[in-house]
Design a binder for this molecule. Structure first.
Ligand code: AMP
Length: 327
């Protein structure tokens, strides 16, 4: 019996052959028949009778194969999750501007995984633990030091890591192009990012990536549910919550309330050191990461003026009206 595998756009790319009675893959299918995962709509792998067809196999195999091949496809191909992690100045550090006003000073400053990316990795790992995803791949773009950030993602529970190594100053469009090129290699079902990096506060990369890949996007996710080849994303908007449903693959960006990342244990930090880390250069991926925007000046916010104590409500109202002129 042969099956035509299709990619996520429905284009055929691989034909699999099974000997329904003997092949061990069929044993896997039989095991899957007892699993309670719901069946996804529409075949991702379609049976094309040939060789030994279902009718020639045992009655049990014959009745379960179409459902389980579809399910197997979802588990093995569709539900890889790619998570983008950025190395940023630790959120506890008070950032200082360089004296020549060209950038912030990161020399000898503690760096960490971007907090929203830590939430994104946690969510990907939880989806894997629920059996929705089969593999979590963390990706970071930047200098060699990004490997520390990737090791943090691996310690949370990602399975392997990819570093796009470059010393170039990366702007969101360049990162989106690099991530799009990684996705072209990986064909993940979900690409998870943080909603924004706390250094540039750009909040652009996820949206640009979705546009480049022509994929649906669910930004600022505070809840993600995956079933039947679709993601249901609850997002926080002004004055309430919005719930979106989108077919996979999709780009999703993590908001603060999506989850609380787990505490990374020492044994997991040790295990993370042995997990695979693959490296590419932007040239390997065919991307020019050169900045498209020029930063003219970086300055500190104006220092806050000290407050004053008022002795009565009348005095407060008078000051708000006549001094601050806000009422
Ligand atoms: P931004 O658009 O810069 O606010 O970043 C939004 C998200 O894009 C971050 O939370 C990361 O998930 C991802 N991202 C941005 N820059 C990088 C990078 N250099 N490497 C990996 N992911 C990144």
């Amino acid at each position: 019996m042969t099956f035509q595998k299709t990619d996520l756009m429905g284009n055929p790319y691989e034909t699999l052959s099974y000997n329904v009675q003997k092949n061990e893959r069929v044993m896997y299918l039989q095991a899957a028949a007892h699993d309670s995962m719901p069946r996804a709509p529409g075949p991702r792998i379609s049976g094309r009778g040939g060789g030994m067809g279902p009718s020639e196999a045992s009655p049990m195999a014959a009745c379960m194969i179409p459902r389980d091949v579809d399910y197997l496809y979802q588990r093995t191909c569709l539900m890889k999750i790619l998570v983008a992690v950025k190395r940023v100045v630790d959120y506890n550090v008070k950032v200082r501007v360089k004296s020549d006003n060209t950038d912030v000073d990161i020399a000898n400053v503690k760096m960490s995984i971007n907090p929203f990316d830590e939430i994104a990795v946690e969510e990907a790992v939880r989806l894997k633990e629920k059996g929705v995803a089969t593999e979590v791949v963390a990706v970071s773009c930047g200098p060699t030091a990004c490997q520390e950030t990737l090791r943090t993602a691996l310690a949370i529970g990602a399975d392997r890591a990819i570093q796009v190594e470059t010393d170039a100053q990366l702007q969101p469009l360049a990162v989106a192009k690099l991530l799009a090129a990684v996705q072209a290699k990986e064909s993940a079902g979900i690409i998870l990012l943080g909603k924004q990096a706390i250094d540039d506060d750009a909040n652009q990369t996820g949206q640009m990536l979705a546009a480049l890949l022509k994929l649906p996007q669910g930004t600022f996710a505070s809840k993600i549910e995956v079933a039947d080849g679709q993601a249901t994303v609850t997002r926080e908007i002004d004055g309430g919550l919005e719930t979106l449903r989108m077919p996979l693959p999709a780009v999703i960006t993590a908001d603060l309330r999506l989850n609380e990342p787990r505490y990374v244990t020492l044994p997991n930090i040790m295990k993370a050191k042995k997990k695979p880390l693959e490296k590419f250069s932007p040239a390997d991926l065919g991307v020019d990461p050169a900045p498209r925007l020029k930063v003219l000046k970086v300055t500190e916010p104006p220092a806050r003026q000290g407050g004053v104590k008022v002795s009565s409500v009348e005095e407060l109202v008078e000051k708000l009206k006549n001094e601050a002129k806000v009422i």
